[in-house]
Design a protein around this ligand. Structure first.
Ligand code: ADP
Ligand code: MG
Length: 483
């Protein structure tokens, strides 16, 4: 499409979109935002809008849907299934980028020095060791009680691959908690210490694709040779090969060969080996043969530490109360934390004259916080009930003024858990217990002090937390841990 036509189509799209916006403040926003769209460019029926950086790409995401609708309306039949995408502006200057496949595919087909490409195939084909993210290093990983075991084991493995008891190292946990990050940190560290080492990072999905391609092209011998000569094999998201019997067989053999040769294997997974469905028993028991470690959801303190760390890498100063607000409200996983922080920073960048207040952050992150609450928020009611049941007392006891120790402890534990596992202010927690704010405060301090000396209390609280579907690491991070 020539430049004039591109320009005209963009103008029509923008005009149409504006005509659909009724709210004055929304229009003001568009006035502020749209001038920041550096380039507009069509690749086929995709409108690519170039912006300065990734923060903006994220931030402007909300415009994709309405602009797509507008494009489809004004573009006629030719653009009936047109799309809109934000890209980095400088890329448009380079025609090579325009023809490039979308980002998700790109990441998987590049090699980095030190990682041997698979079968020397050209980059366009599937497969080879995948490019690791340069930022996924140990230095960029924030340690906390929720990940400290995984971290320590990973460091040990990176120092002496294949020569520790942690072989294979099996890291598991929910999505977004840093499994891929830690795994790649091992890869980076090994390559730094042992530049000649063969390190392969690959997702189980790509591993499977490699395998299938090799089968089809009768290159199975090459496939085997390639993987079986690795010094360190990092396989991400192994759950992906569930139900793939033949692949599992192949993997089992690769696995055995590498283990026999004292080569290092590291795997990540979304569940622990025992909970893998449709996996061969012998593979599961191999997975369990080294070290199996869970990465848990970070506590509020760790979340804050991660945010501080990430914030320091942006050029903007994010006020501490904003970081606190994000840490307290975004709890599901680290990726969500990063997303929230990016949103705030992008907003600050785009609206330099507006002060960033908790109120603004609240509005900005409204949807995200709501999602979090749907998944995560517990009610004080629920905490009171589960705690009462655990201690064999009644809800009425918990809410009463009675002072015998066998009632005071459950009551204070319930208060403590309400503080740790909800984002409610003390006042509101107090109301739910029909107690004053100061009473809650006293309870928190009492439990905190007792925890330092009473392992029994700690294990009780852990158990109740698990019954509530949450992780003990969320509550114990600031009262010393067992490590
Ligand atoms: P997973 O593989 O478990 O789904 P990732 O490793 O992709 O999670 O992590 C998601 C994002 O969160 C990444 O950007 C990663 O750098 C970041 N992250 C996770 N845990 C930490 C941590 N402890 N310190 C710093 N960044 C972290
Ligand atoms: Mg991952």
């Amino acid at each position: 499409m020539d430049i004039e036509k591109e320009k005209a189509l963009w103008e029509k799209t923008e005009a149409y979109y504006r005509s659909t916006v009724k709210d004055k403040t929304d229009l003001d926003q568009i006035d502020r935002h749209f001038p920041q769209f550096k380039t507009k460019h069509f690749v086929g029926t995709e409108l690519q809008i170039g912006v300065d950086n990734e923060l903006q790409m994220d931030f402007f995401e909300n415009y994709i849907q309405p602009l797509t609708n507008a494009l489809r309306v004004v573009g006629g039949e030719e653009f009936a299934s047109g799309t809109v995408r934000f890209t980095l502006a400088e890329r448009h200057e380079n025609p090579v980028f325009a023809a490039e496949p979308p980002k998700t595919e790109k990441a998987s087909n590049l090699e980095i020095p030190g990682i041997r490409p698979f079968m020397n195939r050209p980059r366009t084909g599937s497969g080879s060791s995948m490019k690791m993210d340069d930022n996924y290093t140990f230095e960029n990983f924030v340690k906390g009680p929720s990940n400290s075991f995984a971290y320590a084991e990973a460091v040990a493995v990176a120092k002496a691959p294949g020569r520790t008891a942690y072989n294979p190292l099996f890291l598991w946990g929910q999505t977004g908690l840093g499994k891929t990050h830690i795994m790649q940190a091992i890869g980076h560290r090994v390559l730094k210490n042992l530049p000649g080492a063969s390190v392969c990072y690959i997702t189980a999905e790509n591993f499977l694709n490699e395998y299938v391609t090799a089968l089809q092209n009768e290159k199975l011998v090459n496939f085997r040779q390639c993987y079986r000569k690795m010094d360190v094999l990092l396989i991400d998201d192994v759950q992906f090969i569930a139900g793939k019997t033949q692949m599992q067989e192949e993997f089992f053999n690769t696995f055995t060969t590498l283990m026999t040769a004292h080569k290092q294997i590291v795997m990540t997974c979304d569940v622990c080996p025992r909970d893998l469905k449709n996996f061969e028993e012998r593979l599961i028991s191999r997975f369990e043969g080294g070290m199996v470690t869970e990465i848990e959801a970070p506590s509020v303190e760790t979340r804050l530490a991660i945010l501080k760390f990430k914030a320091s890498s942006y050029q903007k100063i994010v006020p501490p109360e904003i970081l606190n607000f994000i840490a307290e409200n975004i709890r599901s996983h680290v990726r969500a934390l990063e997303g929230a922080l990016k949103r705030v920073v992008a907003f600050m960048e785009i609206n330099p004259d507006m002060p960033m207040s908790v109120e603004t952050a609240k509005k900005l992150l409204h949807d995200q916080i709501q999602n979090e609450q749907v998944i995560k928020d517990l009610s004080v009611d629920n905490i009171q009930n589960v705690t009462a049941e655990y201690y064999n007392v009644t809800l009425k006891d918990i809410l009463s003024e009675a002072r015998p120790q066998n009632i005071v402890t459950p009551r204070q534990v319930a208060m403590f858990l309400s503080r740790k596992l909800t984002t409610l202010p003390l006042q509101q927690i107090g109301n739910s217990f029909k107690k004053k704010h100061a009473t809650i405060h006293h309870a928190l301090k009492t439990i905190q002090d007792r925890l330092a000396n009473e392992p029994r209390l700690r294990s009780d609280i852990s158990e109740i937390t698990v019954k509530l579907g949450r992780s003990p690491s969320e509550i114990f991070s600031d009262v010393g841990t067992d490590e």
